[in-house]
Design a protein around this ligand. Structure first.
Ligand code: GLC
Length: 634
């Protein structure tokens, strides 16, 4: 059952699609305090209660023992002491021995979730505003609660089938020759591939919806030629629009007043990749229509997938901010910079990016009124993606274009997937990816995944292989890395057959994975579940943070440490342990309990529940060549 509580005049985030009649706070079931500018509520937790949720967020599957903040943040250091990542997924769910409930706070500004951080046995949620809707979802089992919540927020985005193929990315493949090399080298190594990414350098000086003609001459022809090779090119689109005379997107936006403003009504300007940019006011439906239709130019050139980036929004500096900082630096010229002065100057420059002062200086127009950005910060990126998603659905129908975003809010799950942003080539980030999967699913984001191999810093061969062996199961299976890092395409390392073996397993599993995805979408269900959801009475399963249930048939348990040939796995019931590598399958029945299992770098471990079967097709170099009806079963 879902009960809605409303206070004040909430901004319509469009997260919930089913109407619920609002109740007054007087009947709110948790102890609470309403102040002038915030609302706080709390509940006690029993020692073995689990708190799930928050979607894309730091730390564990069980969120207890930390304080989180819903505040979409462009932060490339996903360490365990962070409170926020790029998304605001305001759903949590408590599961105890004799009670379970979910909470969705539909509120687009900052929320603090103190889940046993200040007091071990207490969750305290602080909503930084007084205009909000809160939904309390009750049910017998956590999975029922998720399904009920998901029904209320509407069906998840459906990507095209080819988006389940393997995707190779890097910042950047700078020109057509570089892209060709990626395809040719995958083909030569027998590594299946469906997509190659075009990061910011495909654009003309980082201007959205332009193509650098020198790097990609006759772009439409080039895209067509790649499609003939079975490859989809996926360009990036950033939130900021370059300020430049003669650049039509900027000029149209200025002419119609489509950009975010300062308090005095002038256009807010901030620096991102292209230098000074204006930021489309995506909260205005007219601006969404305008921006959404801009994707058509690239679609006309044959493009059928996009990723939306920098939409928290990321702002390297504002014009005002950088001027102040430069004035400060100039005033210190020739001075003896002691400890205080030097670090103050350093902090001034470091603090320029994504600064609270800048976010507070931005205004949106909602229903004809200026609204400060801080009040709607968490739905800015979601509305950028909605602009594209709504346009795609209206123009092409469901399941035709690939679209995923960095920033998100619940509701955007209907128009796009997400990726988990700029992670690191760290072993710990394999598990971070795993832990975010069920949490993202709870919030409706089914098409998701992390940058496999890790984005920042240099990756090692074994890390990329182990990361990919988890990525075999994530709907978005993309290897992506940052500018200046070591090449991490499978063919860049010695013995590329190992990469072929792992990625072929993905292609063999696509019929199963696609089917599992579609079922989860139809039934408002999870693809990935913590073991505790399926085995709530099993104390070991309840604490398991390194394995996941997948669909109704499988369990996954990736190897996540360096220099090991396997790992310990907990089987909550008898299962068949399957090792998949290229076309090779080895299987071994194992009984309930703890086991040490070995998996070489070219092997994908998988566990199949007793009495369940999964289909496997023959591998192919592209998803379009897979034969979904010629399968064998394990
Ligand atoms: C951001 C994105 C990353 C991309 C880079 C350059 O850091 O998160 O994926 O490669 O920008 O566009």
């Amino acid at each position: 059952m879902i009960t809605k509580y409303t206070h004040g005049k909430p901004i319509n985030t469009e997260a919930v699609v089913v109407p619920f009649s609002p109740n007054k706070l007087a009947s709110f079931p948790f102890s609470h305090t309403l102040e002038n500018d915030s609302f706080r509520f709390s509940f006690k937790m029993e020692p073995d209660d689990i708190v799930y949720g928050l979607g894309e967020a730091p730390r564990g599957i069980n969120k207890r023992g930390w304080i989180y903040e819903s505040y979409c943040s462009d932060d490339p250091f996903h360490t365990e002491t962070k409170r926020s990542l790029y998304a605001a997924h305001n759903f949590i769910m408590l599961s105890g021995t004799d009670r379970c409930f979910g909470i969705f706070v539909d509120f687009p500004a900052r929320i603090k979730w103190d889940i046993g951080y200040t007091l071990q046995d207490t969750t305290e949620i602080t909503v930084e505003g007084v205009d909000f809707d809160i939904y309390i979802i009750t049910g017998k089992l956590p999975r029922d609660i998720v399904r009920e919540f998901r029904r209320a927020i509407g069906k998840s985005y459906l990507p095209p089938k080819w988006a389940f193929g393997f995707q190779q990315s890097r910042w950047s493949y700078h020109n057509a020759e570089a892209v060709d090399r990626v395809i040719d080298r995958h083909d030569a190594a027998g590594i299946p591939l469906d997509c190659v990414y075009l990061d910011i350098d495909y654009m003309e000086r980082y201007k959205d919806f332009t193509v650098n003609e020198e790097a990609f001459p006759d772009f439409a022809n080039y895209v067509r030629a790649k499609r003939e090779q079975g490859i989809h090119l996926i360009p990036i689109i950033d939130a900021g629009v370059k300020k430049e005379k003669g650049y039509s997107v900027y000029e149209e936006g200025m002419e119609h007043g489509y950009f975010c403003r300062r308090a005095d009504g002038s256009c807010f300007e901030g620096g991102v990749w292209p230098g000074i940019c204006a930021f489309p006011d995506f909260l205005d439906p007219g601006v969404r229509n305008w921006f959404g239709a801009k994707y058509q130019g690239l679609i006309d050139a044959g493009i059928d997938g996009f990723w939306n980036d920098m939409n928290e929004p990321a702002i390297f500096y504002s014009v005002e901010g950088i001027e102040k900082a430069l004035d400060k630096a100039a005033s210190l010229k020739g001075e003896n910079l002691d400890l205080g002065k030097f670090f103050n100057l350093k902090d001034t420059f470091a603090g320029l990016s994504n600064s609270q002062d800048d976010y507070s200086a931005i205004y949106h127009t909602i229903d004809g009124k200026l609204v400060n950005h801080q009040r709607v910060h968490n739905i800015y990126g979601a509305n950028m993606t909605k602009a594209a998603g709504e346009y795609f659905e209206k123009t092409f129908g469901e399941g035709k274009l690939l679209m995923f975003s960095r920033a998100s809010y619940i509701g955007a799950h209907r128009s796009s997937g997400i990726w988990f942003g700029d992670n690191h080539s760290w072993w710990s980030h394999i598990l971070l990816d795993l832990k975010m999967l069920p949490a993202a699913n709870m919030c409706g984001f089914l098409y998701c995944g992390a940058d496999l191999g890790g984005f920042n810093e240099n990756a090692t061969r074994d890390l990329v292989l182990r990361f990919l062996a988890l990525g075999v199961f994530t709907p978005l299976m993309r290897n992506h890395s940052a500018l200046g890092t070591r090449d991490q395409e499978g063919y860049s390392f010695e013995n590329s057959e190992d990469f072929r073996d792992i990625i072929q397993v993905r292609y063999r599993l696509i019929p199963y994975l696609y089917d599992t995805f579609v079922k989860a979408r139809e039934n408002d269900d999870l693809i990935f579940r913590p073991l505790s959801l399926d085995y709530p009475a099993d104390p070991i399963a309840r604490e398991c943070e390194t394995q996941l249930m997948l669909g109704d048939e499988c369990m996954i348990a990736p190897v996540y440490e360096q220099n090991v040939s396997g790992r310990t796995v907990y089987l909550p019931e008898d299962m068949t342990f399957v090792k998949l590598s290229g076309e090779r399958i080895e299987s071994q029945p194992l009984s309930k309990g703890l086991h040490y299992i070995s998996a070489a770098l070219n092997e994908v471990p998988l566990f199949i529940k007793k009495g369940k079967t999964i289909p496997l097709c023959k591998p192919a170099m592209r998803t379009e060549d897979l034969k979904f009806d010629e399968v064998e079963y394990i």
